[in-house]
Design a protein. Structure first.
Length: 321
């Protein structure tokens, strides 16, 4: 089999101790692959390490250890000049379209900046490329001389996406790209991202806490809990047969359109996750069992391509009932 476009192995991010507090293990031993033209959905609650993981993969946050191979090249520890050249192949779509665009720059300048930095097109062709990018994300090129405050949230996010695509990347980290938008606009942006992926053969790491949106866009899903991936598999496997109790809790939190079914589900008690493990321990699992740092639950294969890290696996263990 050919090598995946992105290969992450044992990626760790630890923030040093400060003001008497212990080190924070934000990301621990992340491993996954993303094939060309595929989307991996990275889901979990706030504080689970999703955004830190995405930034570490892009080398915006230096990893403590681990390996990230993009297009066959190891980028962890890469020197500044080759890393700058590699950034043409990996880009970021930020979460908040209101704070990720410079308020004193026109859209034309915002989109022209990466083209000039990476010298991806000759200077005389920059205006043409900017117009092409606006058309690509479904906007009128005639508005490029306006400022960000003159656009709606959905339009700003389209501009953010256009900026990410300016240098023709192969891999894009979408960090909660629709969480700041209303439901109707969310659907439009998700449809745009899917259309762009099909047209440009992009690979996405789609970070989100909304499992309903991830289900619509992801080919594979990784569930993060306390800085670790606790379940990984094809989207159908994870959603239809979740193996980890934390995954089931996340799925149970998705609202159902049927009020009667929603009431029945809410009546059932749910385990409350605890992220105290970030203080230097793996932390209590959703069943309340505390694991020492040397007693991390092993990785088990539920089915081909579907794995789980859980001390109560396999199901034959009566403690898991």
């Amino acid at each position: 089999m050919s090598e995946p476009l992105l290969r992450v192995r044992d990626l760790c991010v630890t923030f040093p101790a400060r003001r008497g507090r212990p080190p924070v293990r934000a990301v621990e031993h992340l491993s996954f692959d993303i094939a060309a033209g595929q989307t991996l959905g990275l889901v979990g609650e706030s504080g689970s390490g999703k955004t830190t993981a995405g930034r570490a993969i892009l080398q915006l946050q230096p990893p403590s250890s681990g390996s990230v191979r993009l297009l066959g090249s190891e980028i962890v520890g890469m020197r500044s000049a080759p890393l700058r050249a590699m950034r043409r192949h990996m880009q970021l779509v930020q979460q908040n379209p209101y704070s990720s665009l410079h308020p004193r720059m026109t859209v034309a300048r915002i989109l022209a900046e990466p083209l000039a930095v990476h010298r991806s097109v000759p200077p005389r062709q920059i205006a043409e490329r900017v117009a092409e990018l606006m058309t690509l994300v479904g906007m009128d090129p005639s508005v490029v001389h306006r400022y960000p405050h003159e656009f709606s949230g959905g339009q700003r996010q389209r501009i953010v996406i256009a900026r990410a695509l300016a240098v023709n990347p192969d891999f894009v980290v979408c960090d909660e790209p629709v969480s700041a938008l209303d439901v109707r606009t969310q659907a439009q942006i998700v449809e745009l991202l899917q259309r762009l992926q099909e047209r440009l053969r992009l690979s996405y790491l789609f970070i989100a806490h909304d499992l309903a949106i991830v289900r619509a866009v992801a080919h594979r899903v990784a569930v993060m809990y306390g800085g670790r991936i606790v379940e990984l598999g094809d989207a159908a496997q994870v959603y239809q047969t979740p193996a980890h109790p934390y995954t089931r809790n996340l799925l149970d939190a998705v609202p159902l359109p049927d009020p009667a079914r929603q009431r029945d589900r809410l009546a059932q008690p749910a385990e409350e996750p605890d992220f105290r493990g970030h203080a230097g321990r793996v932390g209590p699992c959703v069943f309340g069992k505390d694991h020492a740092a040397t007693d991390t639950p092993a990785w088990h294969e539920v089915s081909p391509g579907h794995g789980v890290s859980c001390c109560f696996w396999p199901p034959e263990n009566p403690a898991r009932r």
